[in-house]
Structures are given as structure tokens and as C-alpha cells.
Ligand binder design. Structure first.
Ligand code: BTN
Length: 244
């Protein structure tokens, strides 16, 4: 993912979206950058959703100059989910689970989400990869997500500073960039809370259905076994599953 090992940090109190900031800076020729904000006023999630970004959370985006196909963004999301989960493990000894493809869960509730985007070049490939990470660290969660979300302070008394956590995640991203994707995938699957479970699948323009999640393939797609015996690969869309 990243060949260099050093990155610049821009820490701001408030911004619209760190992903949007990173895109602007990428277009201006920057790379190897972490943008960290104490809160966002226009935080964005996957599938066009908004991402509540009040003070007390970690909102960071990593910007890398990387020439990849847009379809490889799924692999970047897999890799980032693993890095976030390992960083939490390393700093706090907690073992979060990964819900395909971009959600990190602790104690059955969502702790963190990842939004991977890119800057398109003239050849239709990305010139830069923009990896946004939102993570609930401390403080009261907004009413509307309290039943489904959790924050780190509910699970540990040795909470690191947000900047320390952000750096640990970024360092992990640089460390794991030397790994083969097959190794990333192996550990991602070990940390999955989806494999072997029946999941409800939501795809644009299709009725919801359930299937058995059996694997994550070498592109990062979720492999589903359908009730009619067939197999299907899910690269977009989302699933819901009961996470213990
Ligand atoms: C999701 O759960 O759907 C992904 C959420 C990603 C949120 C992060 S917060 C930092 C970065 N800036 C954004 O606007 N979004 C990402």
C-alpha cells in the first residue's frame, strides 16, 4: 500500500470531512498525510450515509499516492479494517471483531467504520487512495445510535490519547503495507464475526435475502452460499448479522 514510512500529520479542531480535505490535498499533489479532526460537521459514511462525528471520537484520513483500480478499493478496506483492529489490540489488549467489509465491532456493537475513496486519474484508475476511519473513543454516544454502537471507554480503563491511537493505526498501515494480501486476508478472516454465519444481504435494486457467509475471496469480496446451493460474491452492498 505505502512504500514510504513517514507521514505528515495535520490536526484540526473542526472540519467538514477529513476525507474531503484529503481529496483536496491529494489534488494539490500531497501524499503520505494523516488528517485528524476533533470533530466533523459533514462526516460521511459508506453508501452515501452521514457519519455522526461529535467530539470524543477519532476522525482520521490517510492519503496515499497509489495507482490502483477503483475495484481494488475493497482490498484497501479489508487491509484497513485489519490495521484498525490490530492497533486496538496492540494498545489496549482488546480483540475487536471485523464485520465485512468495513466495520469493527466490540461487545456486539459497532465501534468503528472505514470509508475508502480515491482520486480518479485520466486512465480511469485511482492516483491517490483516501482512507477515512471513524472510531468512537469516549463520551456519550448520540441517542440514535446508542443501541447499535459502542465506544472504547466502555471496554477499557486505560484509554490512550486519540492522537496516540491515530498514530498507532497509521503506523500499522505502513507496517502491513509490506505484507502480501494473502497474509492480510488470512488474519482478516480470523478476526471476522461473519464467516460461518447466516447473514441478511442488502443489494441495490434487489429484495433482501439471507445466505451463509463462507469466505472472503482474494479480491476482498464476501462469498455467500445460497439456499439453492449456488454461490455468490458480494463486492458492494451490505450485510447484517447478529454479532455476539
Ligand atoms: C461507515 O461506517 O460507513 C464509514 C464511516 C467512515 C467515517 C470516517 S470519519 C473520518 C473520515 N471522514 C469522513 O467524512 N468519513 C470518514
Amino acid at each position: 500500500m505505502a512504500e514510504k514510512t513517514e507521514y505528515r500529520i495535520i490536526h484540526t479542531a473542526v472540519t467538514g470531512s477529513t476525507n474531503s480535505d484529503a481529496k483536496r490535498l491529494g489534488m494539490a499533489g500531497e501524499s503520505d498525510l494523516m488528517i485528524l479532526a476533533d470533530r466533523q460537521t459533514d462526516g460521511r459514511g459508506r453508501l452515501g450515509r452521514s457519519f455522526i462525528s461529535d467530539e470524543g471520537g477519532l476522525y482520521m484520513t490517510m492519503l496515499f499516492a497509489k495507482h490502483i483500480r477503483p475495484t481494488d478499493a475493497l482490498k484497501v478496506t479489508v487491509y484497513t479494517s485489519l490495521c484498525v483492529s490490530r492497533a486496538i489490540d496492540r494498545l489496549m489488549g482488546l480483540a475487536p471483531k471485523i464485520k465485512w467489509v468495513n466495520d469493527i465491532y466490540l461487545g456486539g456493537k459497532k465501534l468503528s467504520g472505514i470509508l475508502c475513496e480515491g482520486l480518479l486519474g485520466e486512465d480511469g484508475n485511482f492516483t491517490h487512495v483516501v482512507v477515512g476511519i471513524g472510531l468512537n473513543v469516549s463520551g456519550e454516544l448520540p441517542e440514535e445510535i446508542r443501541d447499535i454502537a459502542t465506544a472504547l471507554d466502555e471496554h477499557t480503563t486505560s484509554l490512550p490519547k486519540i492522537k496516540t491511537l491515530a498514530k498507532e493505526i497509521a503506523d500499522e498501515m505502513y507496517r502491513l503495507s509490506a505484507w502480501d494480501f494473502s497474509d492480510i486476508l488470512r488474519e482478516y478472516k480470523n478476526r471476522s464475526c461473519v464467516l460461518g454465519k447466516r447473514v441478511r444481504v442488502k443489494r441495490l435494486g434487489r429484495e433482501e435475502y439471507t445466505a451463509l457467509a463462507v469466505d472472503v475471496d482474494s479480491d476482498g469480496a464476501l462469498v455467500l452460499r445460497l439456499d439453492n446451493g449456488g454461490e455468490e460474491r458480494l463486492a458492494t452492498g451490505e450485510i447484517s448479522v447478529k454479532v455476539e
